[in-house]
Design a protein around this ligand. Structure first.
Ligand code: 6PG
Length: 481
């Protein structure tokens, strides 16, 4: 316990809050801690009090009292109403210039609303995305703080010190005003969804098309992790696939119920991208695939009724090594598409909300600490260094070469999935996006024609300026609209 005032506070001491508080204390900062039920505060002091200088506060007034000014208070409670409840109780206790940080997985629109409300009271509100799970919170997460530059300047020494570091650089940067930090964290989660779906499809294809065992597939992922695909998610895929269930002796993956759950950040990403008008098909397919997996009623009704190749006859006569390499290409190319779409969404939101987000810097802070940390994020940073206005990551030389050189393999994998009856919505949506993006003419022209016929919605021509309408029910002459 310290006699000096604390430099920062954490309220909400479930595992993430507790680990963030410990991380701050271990890095030499004086931390005041509080939890609604005192038991968690006591447990933290009892088990980890020796790790640094903690001040235990019994209630929020005591927490506020324990802090030097301007006060910096991190809220780490459930997103939504619990966050609003803490803010409501906290605000009357604060003085002008104090800084409130929401480090939970808040929706960025809530963060914008809260930032606005607190600004009107002379307070700073920082919506900070924190990624890396319990382990990251304790040993170095990736941190994505939004809010005022004043608030970030005050927090920067602490946040950069406790964050992950890659090549000496902190995985923490000021993302932009108000909801920018939480937006980028939401996108991180959307990409996390897409990444995991693609990994799951690669696993499923190797299992059914080649008939590989879970352990053999673990070895494949282990090998992939030494190349371009190197990433935390590929690494832990090998770990999960090698795990054997203690009670049955079966591969662990075979005893887990095949219904993926979701807390909502992936769904938010897709909803927001729909509003921004940015195709994020990789993330959308990932969210839908989780929903389908959990749709027990319809799955049971369809299982025996809808004919198609079954898991046992999905095995194709393909060369094992060649198919594994094809799947690697399909996985990498589809992953690049998901990231390209994710960065398009960040750029669109940045333009819409005036956040001025540095896209290359976002790739930099995702290189360590977070769930989607990966070797190829350096390539994204380099791409935006070459051209900050890059219209799509896919047209940067590195990405272009990767998808173009991998496309034959990618097509073979999507075709094999269709032939074998193995669902691969992520791979095929990514390939369709690639083909849609590069197409010189899209069938959208026909859609425009249909819209004009049934609703006089007008169309534009390839050879003249202006909007036109055809008199479909009359003599079919064209009129300027
Ligand atoms: C992180 C994770 C974290 C959490 C996801 C899981 O960055 O540390 O993204 O936020 O693990 O929210 O989300 P689902 O439960 O929706 O899969």
């Amino acid at each position: 316990m310290s006699s000096e005032k604390a430099q920062i506070a954490v309220t909400g001491l479930a595992v993430m809050g507790r680990n963030l508080a410990r991380n701050l204390a271990r890095n030499g900062f004086r931390v005041a801690v509080h939890n609604r039920s005192q038991g968690r505060t006591d447990a933290l002091i009892e088990q980890f009090g020796h790790e640094g200088e903690f001040t235990a506060a019994a209630d929020l007034p005591a927490l506020v009292e324990a802090l030097e000014q301007p006060r910096k208070i991190i809220i780490m409670v459930k997103a939504g109403e619990p966050t609003d409840a803490v803010i409501e109780e906290l605000v009357p206790l604060l003085d002008e210039g104090d800084i409130v940080v929401d480090a939970g997985n808040a929706h960025f629109a809530d963060t914008r609303r809260r930032e606005d409300a607190l600004k009107a009271k002379g307070l700073h509100f920082v919506g900070a995305g924190v990624s890396g799970g319990e382990e990251g919170a304790l040993n170095g997460p990736s941190i994505m703080p939004g809010g005022s530059t004043f608030a970030y300047a005050a927090l920067e020494p602490m946040l950069t010190k406790i964050s992950a570091h890659v090549g000496g650089e902190a995985c923490c940067v000021h993302v932009g005003p108000d909801g920018a930090g939480h937006f980028v964290k939401m996108l991180h989660n959307g990409i996390e969804y897409a990444d995991m779906q693609l990994i799951a499809e690669a696993y499923d294809l190797l299992r059914h098309v080649l008939g590989l065992s879970a352990t053999e597939i673990a070895d494949v992922f282990r090998e992939w992790n030494s190349g371009d695909l190197e990433s935390f998610l590929i690494e832990i895929t090998a770990e999960v696939l090698s795990q054997v269930d203690e009670s049955t002796g079966q591969p662990f993956v075979d005893v887990v119920l095949d219904q993926a759950e979701q807390k909502g950040t992936g769904r938010w990403t897709v909803q927001v991208a729909l509003d921004l008008g940015i195709p994020v098909s990789g993330m959308a397919e990932a969210v839908f695939a989780r929903s389908l997996s959990g749709d027990v009623v319809r799955r049971q009704a369809a299982a025996g009724a809808l004919a198609g190749p079954s898991a046992s006859d999905a095995k194709l006569d393909v060369d094992r090594a060649a198919f594994i390499d094809d799947v690697r290409h399909a996985l990498y190319s589809s992953k690049l598409v998901a990231y390209a779409q994710g960065f398009d969404a960040i750029r669109a939101a940045s333009d819409q909300y005036g956040w001025d987000i540095d896209l290359g810097a976002m790739a930099t802070i995702w290189r360590g600490g977070c769930i989607i940390r990966a070797r190829f994020l350096d390539r994204i940073k380099e791409a935006y260094d070459r051209d900050a206005a890059l219209p799509s990551l896919l047209v940067d030389d590195y990405f272009k070469d990767a998808v173009v050189s991998g496309q034959d393999a990618w097509r073979r994998v999507v075709a094999a999935a269709a032939t074998a009856g193995v669902p691969a919505p992520g791979f095929s949506a990514a390939l369709s996006y690639y083909d849609g993006l590069r197409a010189e003419r899209l069938p959208a022209a026909l859609i425009q024609g249909l819209r004009d016929l049934f609703g006089a919605h007008t169309y534009h021509r390839v050879d003249r300026e202006g909007a036109f309408h055809l008199d479909w029910s009359g003599d079919r002459t064209e009129q300027s609209a």
